[in-house]
Design a binder for this molecule. Structure first.
Ligand code: NDP
Length: 334
């Protein structure tokens, strides 16, 4: 049973040496109301960088603790009649081959719906799909015909935001790094326009691609791109503060928005949210996301790295823009 424990608080980009890979005895069920899960896929998320540095919406992972991670696997033993060996579940499973989870209370796993591939259940029909759904619809509140701009547009959350905005009748512009990503979101996903922030002047391109200015800016990256979007906000524009990945490796270097007075001039609103607060409403999201997905109206893309030992490398991919779509780590065959 392989386990990756946090060995050191990272400075800058995470290093392999920030974690200890150990062989440990396989955990066992010790009391009623537990399941033993064989982890199959781990979700690789930018927020994990924050979890190993400081307390925020969750307490920091302690040195020596198993690295916290969302993921999915198969139940191999259960002493709760609601879970049977063979069931596929998702939850906070950690960077490890097996995990024992309580079947009641906060840390309980969620049974995955039958017929949904595990990879999609961790992507467009998982946490990042839900983040896009509630962030856009609940915080952004789009109306038909409005202009939506999303950064990190070829990533897990961004690809979902843009597609959902299109399904709601909006004009959608995505900001992403590189021509391939830009071609993919406009070609495959149906975004109206794309801006390659690594090669183009974002402020100028926002003016060109959003002639009626920006009604909703869904921010995944923060920094200069947020500033450029603020300057081009429409009257009563909304900024959905989902994340600021440009500052995760060095919070002190994160540029705060200089152009926040746009919110005043345009009577705008900027609001953050954490998807954990929406767990009592996942049913309504799954109904709509699932129907779009089954009908082929909502596409998914996953980017899979193999092997538990490559977990730190998989995490680094998010910060160098190597991933297109949802970054996953496969650690065992289903
Ligand atoms: P992604 O799949 O979008 O991967 C991260 C992407 O960020 C990379 O592919 C890269 O794309 C881009 N990126 C990395 N560094 C920079 C940079 N310096 N400037 C601009 N872009 C950069 O990850 P997720 O979809 O999982 O997460 C996206 C955002 O959503 C993150 O900020 C995350 O923290 C946030 N989030 C928030 C949640 C909430 O509850 N509020 C829940 C889930 C996610 P590129 O090649 O285009 O640079």
């Amino acid at each position: 049973n392989r386990v990756l424990r946090l060995a050191a608080r990272p400075k800058g980009m995470v290093q392999d040496s920030d974690f200890d890979l150990r062989e440990e005895p396989r955990p066992e069920l010790t009391k009623e109301g537990q399941v033993l899960v064989r982890n199959l896929y781990l979700s690789v998320d930018p927020t994990q960088r924050g979890w190993i540095e400081r307390d925020s919406y969750l307490p920091a992972v302690a040195i020596g603790e198993v690295m916290r991670s969302f993921g999915a696997g198969r139940v191999v033993a259960s002493n709760d009649p609601d879970f049977a060996p063979g069931d596929l579940v998702s939850g906070m499973v950690g960077w490890q081959d097996h995990v024992v989870l309580p079947t009641k209370g906060g840390g309980r796993p969620t049974k995955l719906p039958p017929g949904v591939p595990l990879t999609n259940a961790l992507s467009i029909l998982g946490l990042t799909g839900l983040t896009a759904y509630f962030g856009l619809l609940d915080i952004g509140r789009p109306k038909e015909g409005e202009t939506v701009v999303v950064s990190g547009a070829a990533g897990a959350t961004g690809m979902a935001v843009g597609q959902i905005a299109k399904l709601k009748g909006c004009r959608v512009v995505g900001i992403a790094g590189g021509k391939d990503k830009c071609d993919w979101i406009t070609g495959e996903l149906g975004f109206d326009a794309a801006i390659d922030y690594k090669a183009e002047d974002v402020a100028k391109r926002l003016e060109e691609t959003c002639p009626k200015r920006i009604d909703i800016y869904f921010d995944n990256v923060g920094g200069d791109i947020l500033d450029a979007a603020l300057l081009h906000l429409a009257m009563r524009g909304r900024v959905v503060l989902c994340g600021a990945i440009s500052g995760y490796n060095d919070a002190s270097a994160l540029k705060g928005p200089k152009n926040y007075l746009s919110l005043l001039v345009q009577r705008g609103r900027m609001e953050g949210f954490i998807i954990l607060d929406y767990f009592d409403r996942v049913g309504e999201a799954f109904q709509e996301l699932g129907a779009w997905f089954q009908a082929g109206k909502l596409k998914d893309r996953v980017d899979v790295v193999d092997g538990l030992e490559n977990a730190p490398a998989a995490l680094r991919r998010l910060f160098t823009g190597k991933n297109t779509g949802k970054q996953l780590l496969k650690i065992a065959e289903g």
